[in-house]
Ligand binder design. Structure first.
Ligand code: CO
Ligand code: CO
Ligand code: CO
Length: 323
């Protein structure tokens, strides 16, 4: 949401990434080789199991540091909970899920804050480190870069299907596995200088986040809709049953302003707009670096390594979807 533009802003030559480019995190230079990456994210429960919810929320929060090519250092819990309705055992399970993921990310939990709130929410504020010469931002994309997506799409559609009771148990397990996988690959690729630009795919869907990247880099993007990976074929059946979250519909409406869909099917449009929770990274990679990047994706068992399109020269930033 564009609510930052009227706020008083202090300028600093050390502010390398601020609010202007809709990036995943702010980046502030400490010295030549080090910059702080700062981000905060939280959301309401998307799965029933409290431990799994904690894991997914933490994975999603940590992702914004990885999406900038950084490594998380420290984190703090942010929680709102209706303490009169939720027993301490459940609260503990959420926090344990988050702590497990922070540990996996080698990120130290240093504290946090909990408030009483009618609707539960949980997430982390994360501080990371990145080499400013190697960071991944929305603004670095170059014409000819290939677009590589590291997780399959459909978390919004599937979690809606779970809530409606029309998703299979196997599909529910699959989506949880995808959502709780850390995007460490962003840091690995950045440190080896293999990425020119990138972002993670979350609430605004693939088109929304790619749109921001195109605007920040002043380029166009071409997407091959037949190359889009879905979490499972069942996602298409859910779309046919009109199992589309409100956020996904809104994303599609917004994206229509800067996207030419040509002959894309409705299913492809919804997949491209689906609001993701703890989604994958969308990375711009020069063709000559692709093989090295894909090797790292494979080594880290990244859920997807799909080449879904490329960056194009364009007088106006926008997205062209081919089928
Ligand atoms: Co993000
Ligand atoms: Co975020
Ligand atoms: Co970014």
């Amino acid at each position: 949401m564009q609510v930052l533009h009227q706020l008083p802003q202090l300028k600093s030559p050390n502010l390398l990434v601020g609010a202007a480019t809709a990036d995943d995190a702010g980046v502030f230079r400490i010295d030549r080789n080090r910059a702080l990456v700062q981000t905060v994210d939280f959301f309401t429960p998307i799965v029933d199991d409290p431990f799994t919810y904690g894991e997914i929320a933490a994975t999603n929060s940590l992702s914004d540091v990885y999406a900038m090519g950084g490594r998380p250092l420290t984190a703090m819990n942010l929680m709102g909970i209706p303490t009169d309705l939720v027993p301490p055992k459940i609260i503990n399970a959420i926090l344990r899920g988050g702590a497990m993921k922070a540990k996996e990310a080698k990120c130290i939990l240093v504290g946090g804050h909990t408030i009483r709130n009618p609707e539960p929410f949980y997430g982390l504020s994360v501080t990371g480190l990145v080499n400013p010469q190697r960071m991944i931002t929305n603004a670095g994309a170059r014409v000819g870069d290939l677009l590589v997506l590291t997780k399959p799409l459909g978390t919004g559609i599937i979690t809606t299907g779970i809530k409606r009771g029309i998703a299979s148990k196997a599909l529910a397990q699959k989506v949880i596995k995808v959502m709780s996988q850390l995007n460490i690959v962003g840091a690995e690729l950045a440190e080896k200088g293999l990425v020119t630009a990138g972002t993670d795919i979350t609430g605004f869907g693939l088109l929304g986040h790619l749109g921001s990247l195109c605007r920040a880099s002043q380029v166009g993007a071409e997407i091959d809709a037949t190359a889009l990976p879905a979490i499972a074929p069942e996602v298409h059946r859910l779309i046919e049953q009109d199992c589309i979250p409100g956020g996904t519909r809104e994303n599609l409406k917004t994206a229509e302003d800067f996207t030419a869909f040509q002959s894309a099917t409705n299913a492809q449009k919804f997949l491209l707009s689906d609001a993701q929770t703890s989604g994958g990274l969308l990375l711009c990679i020069a063709p000559r670096r692709l093989a090295a990047a894909l090797r790292i994706l494979k080594k880290l068992r990244t859920p997807a390594g799909a080449i879904i399109g490329k960056i194009t020269r364009s007088p106006k930033p926008g997205i062209w979807v081919k089928n």
